[in-house]
Design a protein around this ligand. Structure first.
Ligand SMILES: [Zn+2]
Ligand SMILES: [Zn+2]
Length: 293
């Protein structure tokens, strides 16, 4: 199975348009120890890169296609993108669907809750141009879903989080999920919005590759840098300092932190925080990173 990081930043990207934090200033100045990153998305393929399944449709999806030759059309209207799985309904994971709205059939795998949240807006009518323009395939926590078109199966697992900011209502178990992607006995696990690693431990164990929530390094990262008032946990992201420590001793083939917020010091090569994560065996994702699982 192949996996490719298309975008390794959290919502907002890196740099973020309105941000003048240390990291964003550095990356704009072209400091060699930081590199720009687009918003979260990973592509996986179980047929040696012939077709790909996108995990989340980033607002940067069009850049992802142009930056990654394997995602580009193989002929007139012949995209190798077999579908999109949504892990939640946050804008940084669904806005890209609108950029894929051409006269092209699109298959979206999502929990009922995430699907309804996405379709409950006037702009979703752009997918009513013709019958079958967009197809929802329902995925359910704990149930295996075979995606023959991309040569993989996915098993969603519970990763309780919060509903997207634009949707009212109380949290629901299907708001946010993690994914185990399997092919030929190999497992790639994606949990890029996870607020309690210990509670999800049985779903993470036994993965050949894990992509873990690297949004924040510490709980008070935004507060300490005067960038906001919310703590990491308020946004349903367990900070790396806690999650990495909680997974010490669990064996994975490769362990990768992604969905990294622009405020996170692990974005700076040589920082103390990055050195600690690396010492604990974690790699820091970057756009274009290729993984053979
Ligand atoms: Zn996100
Ligand atoms: Zn910033």
């Amino acid at each position: 199975m192949k996996a490719k990081i298309l975008g390794s930043a959290a919502g907002g990207g890196f740099p973020q348009w309105n941000c003048g934090c240390t990291n964003c200033v550095e990356v704009r100045r072209g400091n060699a120890r930081t590199r720009a990153r687009t918003q979260d998305s990973v592509a996986v393929s179980g047929d040696d890169g012939h077709t790909w399944l996108l995990v989340n449709a980033s607002p940067d999806v069009l850049r992802h296609v142009e930056a990654n030759a394997e995602l580009q059309p193989r002929g007139a209207r012949a995209s190798p993108i077999a579908g999109v799985v949504l892990t939640n309904g946050d804008l940084d994971h669904v806005l890209g669907l609108f950029s894929l709205r051409e006269s092209q059939r699109l298959v979206v795998y999502a929990t009922d809750r995430v699907w309804r949240g996405f379709m409950e807006n006037a702009m979703a009518r752009t997918f009513a141009r013709f019958d079958g323009q967009i197809t929802h395939r329902r995925i359910v926590i704990g149930e295996k879903c075979e995606i023959a078109e991309a040569g993989v199966a996915i098993v969603p697992f519970a990763a309780p989080g919060k509903p997207p900011v634009h949707l009212p209502g109380s949290p629901h178990p299907e708001d946010n999920i993690g994914l185990r992607v399997t092919h030929a006995g190999r497992t790639v696990t994606l949990a890029t919005a996870l607020k309690d690693v210990a509670a999800a431990r049985s779903s993470l164990e036994g993965s050949d590759v894990i992509f873990l929530d690297g949004t924040f390094f510490t709980s008070d990262e935004l507060v300490a840098q005067k960038l906001g008032t919310a703590r990491a946990e308020d946004m349903a992201h367990q900070p790396v300092k806690t999650s990495v420590a909680a997974l010490e001793g669990v064996t994975f083939g490769r362990k990768i932190l992604t969905h990294i917020n622009n405020s996170n010091p692990i974005l700076r090569e040589g920082s103390e925080e990055r050195a600690w994560a690396e010492k604990m065996g974690w790699e820091i994702a970057f756009d274009g990173m290729e993984i053979d699982a």
